[in-house]
Design a protein around this ligand. Sequence first.
Ligand SMILES: [Zn+2]
Length: 252
Amino acid sequence: MSVFCKFHPIKHNFVVMFLVVMLVCALATEANPKRMIFGKQKKIIVLDPGHGGHDKGAQGPDETFEKNVTLTLARIIAEELGNTYKVILTRTDDYWLDIHARTAAANHLEADLFISIHAGGSFLHQASGMSLYYFKETSGSTLTLKTEPSKPLKSINTLTPWTNIQKRHQTTSQALAELIQNRINEQIIFIESEIQGAPLKVLEGADMPAILVEIGYITNPAEEKSMRDISVLSDIAKGIRSGIDDFFEKVQ
Ligand SMILES: [Zn+2]
């Protein structure tokens, strides 16, 4: 018997064969396309908390800043979505982010949805209610939306002008807004809500279904109070999650 090997020759061959089989199995699993598809199956949702840093957004009578409400709500929605989806926030803390960098991040990640979160402001303190926006150019408007993106995007390869990217998702974006509106209305029955098409800069460069949710008027004292209430924000988050679930079930 060799001093270098304590295995009986037959046992030795068995061990080598076993290792070869294991290696082949490992390589086959690695190359298995089903496994790769499965790995990509989690949909990517980009949440965009509006404003940040020096840009405080709208301000409530009780000194609540929109930039803080949007970040808090985005974090709660991220928690809600976390088990089912891959969620990325465009900003994770209190800093300013260029408006085009927000959609550019979503495009770069090849996200499945982009949702920008805001809390509206109005000089009319009685203004109230939730608005959900999808991108729509207003007819005859000379939009000042021609700013070029800071980075080249993959969609430019398909020769689609920057300002036209979101147009091709208009129908699905509108559908997303409607599904989310329905579900939020189930959660919070006292909030009035409406859906509007508008030429919003923060949506125009998104190459995926994209909406902006304005969760109410922070300038309205009652709604400002609601925006500081975590249970209200949680209900909004639940509505948004159910609306997103519906979207992937029914639309895409
Ligand atoms: Zn805002």
